[in-house]
Design a protein. Structure first.
Length: 292
């Protein structure tokens, strides 16, 4: 059962799960073939299933939405309330699922040019996004449940037809791309096939639980400037035009601009220890696959 299955990550995960012989049902706004609505889930409870995944969440970096109280409430509710609804349905189910996986974000860790974070590092209470991740993950907790819980904290998801690349690609194709702000800030990234792969690995590994960082093994060494150069190189274009910090703040608002102008060096320590093998561990390979 997949909340947020029609989104960018949801489509990739669905494709992978079905290719591995799993059946997928979506929880979405409307009912239909292979889907139930959030309202029906609240009313009738959890349908019989082996596992539940929540990927639901309003796109925080939607440049067409002004950052204000109403949008903030949507961002919180689309994550925390959907997670609460699924957690309650799991808690109340006569036959609970075996696994319950939530995908959150590395915004949990405090931005720093030097600190390196593993899944055991503290975080979660210093700005809007860290508090969002904390309340989102807290909403997933089901004390005493037989369903093993896994949280995947995702970095910036790179892939075709959506996510960060879809918003950046045209300036870079036109030779107008460049680093954001100083370009020195860490850029924690993951290829969409690896994020889907980690979730699938969490579902299929019967003893896996706790937090997994959904970032590539080399992302702790990637800066925003390096990312801009690699993306330009993959497209055969220059990356000469930095976007000044004030322009990023003007478009996204100060609160959201932090996500782009600051970053975290995050290591997928537990993810690697759990036996997951990355398909795209390095940035140039990931970008070549995406823009080819």
């Amino acid at each position: 059962l997949l909340g947020g299955g029609t989104g960018f990550v949801g489509r990739a995960l669905t494709q992978l799960l079905r290719s591995r012989g799993h059946e997928v049902t979506y929880v979405s706004r409307q009912e239909g073939k292979d889907r139930i609505s959030w309202e029906e889930l609240s009313r009738r409870g959890l349908p019989l299933c082996d596992a539940v995944v929540n990927l639901a969440g309003e796109n925080v970096l939607n440049p067409f939405r002004r950052w204000g109280d109403a949008f903030c409430r949507e961002v919180i509710s689309s994550r925390v309330e959907t997670t609460k609804t699924l957690a309650k349905a799991i808690a109340d189910a006569e036959q609970p699922p075996r696994a319950w996986v939530l995908v959150t974000g590395v915004g949990y860790y405090r931005p720093s040019p030097t600190a390196e974070y593993t899944e055991d590092s503290p975080g979660g209470d210093f700005d809007f996004f860290s508090r969002l991740v904390s309340s989102w993950e807290a909403a997933a907790l089901i004390p005493g449940s037989p369903a093993r819980g896994v949280v995947v904290r995702s970095g910036v998801v790179l892939g075709r037809d959506g996510g960060a690349i879809s918003q950046m690609i045209w300036p870079f194709r036109l030779g107008l791309g460049g680093p954001l702000g100083s370009g020195l800030q860490p850029f924690p990234w993951i290829h969409i096939r690896d994020l889907a792969g980690i979730v699938c690995h969490a579902l299929e590994s019967e003893c896996l639980q706790g937090v997994l960082n959904g970032v590539s093994p080399s992302s702790h060494a990637t800066s925003n400037g390096t990312f801009a150069q690699e993306l330009a190189a993959a497209l055969g274009r220059p990356a000469l035009l930095p976007v000044p910090a004030w322009a990023v703040r003007a478009v996204f608002g100060a609160e959201r601009a932090v996500m782009l102008l600051e970053g975290q060096r995050v290591l997928p320590k537990h993810t690697l220890e759990s036996g997951y093998h990355f398909i795209f561990p390095d940035l140039s390979g990931a970008l070549k696959d995406i823009v080819a």
